[in-house]
Design a protein around this ligand. Structure first.
Ligand code: ZN
Length: 322
């Protein structure tokens, strides 16, 4: 049995979102060291704020300012912080009900050990030195034994006070990076597929029951539910079954737009794989186009597919592969 492959895999993309009036006021407020919530129709104060009443579904816009101090309502200890988490030393994830609020906010608590954390612990916002209008403007919470902070009706009132939500240079959008960082093992079938690719061969597996050839193989036929182990070399030529024209340039991808990404049914395969179509103007790519792989030096899979010059395939030849 050949050695199974494994490799680190990172899936990462920035997610850009606009904020709307409530989230815009909330995040701009953090930049100004002010925590805002919203008041529901029955008078409850929600922090973090939402745009719609969770009970009545009414649109809610009445902003209020709450305290920068609060009470831990529940918590979990994080002994091994990961990249991108709020603190790089062990800390507690906490739900904090800020003074004046009726709901709790999820954040990090800087505490020396789990023994120092308990439900009911009084805490205070530790503001980030540089604030940009993001939840990370609260660097974390810290244990605190002093009077309430950030409420102006007197230290013991605990009442949220109305706030216009008006700030100069309001933050209207954020970029939230999403990242999955893990070790991937492709398993027996795909390890064999990848090892064959290293020799510029595309090898799928045939289902013993329905005779379909899967490329790339997953080790089992999803239709019949049986293991596949008969290896079948397919391609290298194939047929474009469907495609799209990409007009948005992806970060870290050195391909000029527009370009074409297609589904390609390699000859002998019963499943289309996807790849970039090159060597032809983007507006001349079509269903049925016959293509072949183009390898680059050191490449572990085809860089792209280009036209072979053969006549287009008949629709009937690939209609079951769409
Ligand atoms: Zn099958």
């Amino acid at each position: 049995m050949p050695e199974l492959l494994k490799a680190p895999l990172v899936v990462e993309f920035p997610f850009t979102r606009s904020l709307g009036p409530v989230q815009s006021a909330f995040l701009t407020g953090l930049r100004e060291r002010t925590v805002l919530g919203v008041k529901t129709t029955d008078g409850r104060v929600l922090v973090p704020p939402v745009e719609y009443d969770p009970v009545t579904a009414d649109e809610i816009r009445d902003l209020v300012e709450v305290g920068a101090t609060g009470t831990v309502t529940t918590w979990a200890w994080n002994p091994a912080p990961r990249r991108g988490q709020p603190l790089d030393t062990p800390f507690a994830w906490v739900l904090v009900r800020l003074d004046g609020a009726d709901t709790a906010l999820l954040h990090a608590l800087d505490a020396p050990s789990a023994d120092a954390v308990r439900t009911g612990l009084r805490v205070r916002v530790r503001w980030a030195a540089e604030r940009t209008g993001a939840i990370t403007d609260i660097a974390c919470f810290e244990p605190y034994e002093g009077p309430r902070e950030g409420l102006y009706e007197g230290p013991d009132s605990g009442e949220a006070r109305d706030h216009s939500g008006d700030f100069a240079n309001a933050v209207t959008g954020i970029v939230a990076p999403a990242r999955l960082d893990y070790t991937y093992s492709p398993g027996r079938a795909q390890s064999a597929y990848i090892n064959a690719l290293a020799e510029r061969k595309t090898v799928g597996e045939r289902c013993p029951s329905c005779r379909k050839v899967y490329v790339p193989p997953r080790g089992a036929c999803p239709t019949c539910g049986v293991a596949t182990d008969e290896q079948v070399e397919v391609g290298p030529r194939g047929t474009v079954t469907t495609y799209c024209i990409v007009n948005i340039k992806a970060k870290n991808l050195d391909i000029e737009v527009p370009y074409v990404y297609g589904h390609i049914a390699l000859d002998g395969a019963d499943l289309a794989l996807h790849g970039r179509i090159g060597g032809i103007p983007y507006d001349q790519v079509r269903m049925g186009l016959r293509v072949e792989p183009v390898w680059t030096e050191g490449g572990r899979y085809p860089d792209h597919y280009r036209p072979t010059g053969e006549p287009d395939a008949d629709y009937d030849a690939y209609k079951e592969l769409l």
